[in-house]
Design a protein around this ligand. Structure first.
Ligand SMILES: [Zn+2]
Length: 184
């Protein structure tokens, strides 16, 4: 595995990723490596910036037991995980929003309640260039919004309440300092 997980403090996490225009073998390799990094870190989603790349690409793999509503009913039995999102666009979303716990592989050990749209319609391509559309709810909708934020240089701490962010401030400073140190 040549790609490494980028932690908070790396400038690339604040960059806006660029549209993918060619569906090459190199793109397929990037996707494969992103899955390797994501699974090695036990994550359910990963965006290209998190491995130091600027393509508009993210991957998601939500286990069936997490793809459920509050009553335990499966939300997306028809969706085959894992999913590859290239050039994703949210085309519509619910008015209703939902608060829920989120973490991020670039912020080890940290989590916070984040408000997101409850449901989204997302259009995207897979790594072979085939177009797809998906109506997502629950954790999948949340993961799509979290990863799409990454492609725009937005991090989940930006969407935390000021109080929660203030509580994390010491740890965030330490993480950014360690990230810088590890890069030297
Ligand atoms: Zn993240």
């Amino acid at each position: 595995m040549s790609l490494k997980l980028k932690m908070y403090g790396e400038a690339i996490l604040r960059e806006r990723a660029l549209e993918v225009s060619e569906f090459t073998e190199a793109l397929a390799d990037l996707v494969k490596e992103m899955f390797d990094v994501m699974y090695a870190s036990h994550g359910i989603g990963l965006a290209a910036e998190q491995v130091g790349r600027t393509e508009r690409v993210f991957v998601i793999d939500i286990p069936p037991e997490s793809d459920v509503d509050a009553k335990g009913n499966r939300l997306h039995p028809e969706v085959n995980m894992p999913l590859v999102f290239i050039n994703p666009v949210i085309e519509a979303h619910s008015v209703e929003m939902e608060r829920g716990a989120e973490g991020c592989l670039s912020f080890p050990g940290m989590s916070g309640e984040i408000e997101r749209w409850s449901e989204v319609d997302v259009a995207f391509c897979d790594e072979t260039g085939v177009s797809h559309a998906l109506h997502a709810k629950g954790l999948l909708a949340r993961a799509i919004q979290h990863e799409l934020d990454h492609l725009n240089g937005v991090l989940f701490i930006d969407r935390m309440s000021p109080v929660k962010k203030a509580l994390l401030e010491g740890r965030l400073k330490r993480l950014a300092r360690d990230t810088k140190r590890n890069r030297l």
